[in-house]
Design a protein around this ligand. Sequence first.
Ligand code: PGA
Length: 254
Amino acid sequence: MKPFLYVANWKTNFSFNQEVAFAKEHHAELIELGKKPAATIVLCPSFCSLAPLHELFKNTSLALGAQDCSAYKPGAHTGQVNAQSLAEVGCTYCLVGHSEQRTQCQETNEHIAQKVTQLISHKITPIICIGETSKDHRAGKTLSILEEQLTPILALFNHAQALPSLAIAYEPVWAIGTGTTPTPDTLHKTYTWIRAHLQQKLGHVSQKIKLIYGGSVDEKTGLDIIKLTDLDGVLVGGASLDFQKFKNIVELQR
Ligand code: PGA
């Protein structure tokens, strides 16, 4: 069985001290959770906490992810954090294109593709977030938006014989932090389309791309979501800030 990804996106809800305190308080339990067979736990704290969390969890099966990275190689890019630094502080995953970045930092699909290039050149698995707004959802534009968001990313791998490790997180913007999730049937249709689209653009190598869901995953909504056959993981925001809630999600029966 492919390991199922449980990605905890802490966003900037905690301060540096709070993130380190959370990791210390739940240190043993988190390590225990990381030992669950067929599960990969990825903690995504804010940049400042990556190095201390790496120290706390190195040589365990917990993985560390960043929430963003620079689209550029090391150079004159004030305020950014490059992929090389992320690799040096132990990140093996990194979110890119999160809807909060897309809207708050006016990120384009092309810019996100550049970040993906940087990450894979440092052997970090990009978790590429895509998803439609509620307006586009209501207008029935979900699949065309997803196609648009994926186009510059898939163009990076045209005709590739082999693919680097990649994950695509479908996060409908209207589901993030709202307590509302798409129905399992809608999700099944969306993932079936994503798989078919990847297959059409990249061929059979696309099978190894992991498909993740994010948006209001908690102990209750997670029940149906994690059973979806085409799903390889969940991206958890709010519920990952409470250790017990996050643990309950990881322990849901698939
Ligand atoms: P949420 O956030 O679980 O709080 O909806 C998910 C995300 O933004 O990645």
